[in-house]
Design a binder for this molecule. Structure first.
Ligand code: AMO
Length: 442
């Protein structure tokens, strides 16, 4: 008999009819001669009532094919939390149970509503943990965020590009770069799609990419990974204020799309609705003045926001602007990568910006230097060798419009949409100092 998806079992014409479903046993509850199973597939979850003689072989995570009759549940047995909560699949003497793949004994109980395990266990048994509905749901949200980002970038007229991650030089500066043995040469894992997205501006004018980026972060924090997914946009014929409009537009569209698509998941996680009030914009120095005035910490000489500043600024924006976002601009030029354009009005500060969301930076970007000679100067002032960037520099040598862009960290966005405690929970297979799937210290 042809497979019916679990969610389709609740269609009217299925009631009282025989169906076959394929899926995974999630839980088993024995009641005398009857066993209740929760079985899930990609569409949903359904309760199955099976006679003990047929169902006794079944255990959690067994992959099964079950044929039975769809019954309407008695009113007092309806489960409103389940899309199929008013029906069940009844597998009696005429029904059929087939085990497609038998699961060995599980290392932990998968039947609880929340998989309350320590993070190392969640990661040591990642493929199993990911099967749990609540963990899987994180990546349904992530998928909706990717979709929302793509839609928003396409609405801006951007062409999707795919760029290399094996590169000849560090793009973002600093020591946080992985060297790789590339035949008899040295190469690096790309810290961001930055240079390539810029190189493609004269070709497509507006581009976007969803790309892997590698950061040799030598510290273990709850907000850093060594392998990150960046969602980048780069646009030509644009200037600073316009870029702020665009980044805020993409952020709002992406998050609205994901939260609309995943309403049930967000409710299940007990997440407050995102506050989409007018996003306040502050320069770094204005933000630091505000931190002093409102929160009593004097960080006015710092070249960046501290993690506590980011938390406090978001608290302030929520209270005074009903916004879960804040845009912070004009970071010191010296603290920014070589491609960042200094503000012509005050070159000590740059035309750069970060977007904060619920207490953390989820995006950064800038107006870029598009003048070839200025770019050479900027590289030299940072001790960089322009020869290592020959291909990149051709872009500007042969004419590049005023341009700029921005980049969201997918895992950071996912983490803060769902209020997760650790960024590792927002990556299917997180990479950090201690783990490349297997634990490096074991
Ligand atoms: P930046 O280095 O700020 O900018 O990165 C952009 C966004 O990527 C995410 N991110 C990270 N997430 C987790 N772990 C990390 N180690 C990590 N590093 C970065 C953050 C961050 O806001 N090329 C520029 C962007 C641009 O100018 O367009 C860049 O990479 O969410």
């Amino acid at each position: 008999m042809e497979r019916t998806l679990i969610l389709d079992c609740k269609e009217k014409e299925k009631i009282g009819k025989e169906v076959t479903i394929d899926g995974f046993v999630q839980t088993r509850r024995d009641h005398g001669k009857i066993i209740f199973l929760d079985v899930s597939d990609r569409s949903g979850i359904i309760q199955i009532v099976v006679h003990k003689d047929k169902g006794d072989v079944l255990h959690p995570q067994d992959v099964v094919r079950i044929t039975g009759t769809i019954n309407v549940r008695p009113a007092n047995m309806v489960n409103p939390a389940l899309a199929t909560g008013n029906i069940e699949l009844y597998c009696d003497a005429n029904g059929k149970v087939e085990v497609l793949s038998k699961a060995q004994e599980l290392p932990f109980d998968m039947g609880s509503k929340d998989l309350n395990l320590q993070l190392p266990t969640l990661l040591d048994f990642r493929t199993l943990a990911l099967r749990h509905p609540k963990i899987k749901a994180i990546f349904k949200v992530q998928s909706a965020l990717l979709d929302g980002f793509r839609k928003a970038a396409k609405d801006l007229g951007c062409t999707e590009i795919v760029v290399p991650t094996i590169v000849a030089g560090a793009t973002e500066g600093g020591a946080e770069v992985f060297k790789i043995d590339y035949f008899e040469h040295k190469a690096y894992l790309s810290q961001s799609p930055q240079l390539y997205k810029q190189m493609l501006v004269p070709i497509f004018e507006r581009v976007f990419t969803i790309a892997k980026a590698y950061r040799a972060e030598p510290s273990v924090t709850t907000r850093h990974l060594t392998e990150v997914t960046q969602m980048d946009v780069e646009m030509g014929f644009t200037e600073f204020e316009k870029l702020l409009d665009y980044l805020e537009e993409v952020a709002v569209k992406m998050l609205k799309h994901a939260t609309d698509e995943c309403k049930e998941i967000l409710a299940d996680f007990g997440i407050e609705e995102i506050a989409f009030g007018q996003i306040p914009r502050l320069t770094l120095r204005e933000a630091q003045e505000l931190i002093l005035k409102e929160f009593g910490r004097d960080n006015r000489k710092e070249k960046d926001l501290t993690p506590q500043d980011e938390i406090d600024l978001c608290k302030w924006a929520k209270g005074s602007h009903k916004s879960d976002f804040v845009t912070v601009t004009h970071f010191p030029t010296a603290a920014k990568p070589f491609y960042t354009k200094p503000d012509p009005k005050n070159p000590e500060y740059s035309l750069s910006y970060d977007l904060l969301f619920r207490g953390v930076e989820i995006l950064s970007g800038s107006q870029r230097i598009n003048d070839y000679n200025q770019l050479l100067e900027s590289m030299k002032s940072r001790g960089m060798n322009p020869e290592a960037f020959e291909l990149y520099l051709q872009t500007f040598k042969y004419g590049c419009p005023p341009e700029g862009g921005f980049s969201f960290g997918l895992e950071r966005v996912t983490m803060h949409v769902l209020n997760l405690a650790n960024i590792r929970e927002a990556s299917l297979f997180p990479r950090d100092m201690e783990r490349v799937d297997i634990r490096l210290n074991s």
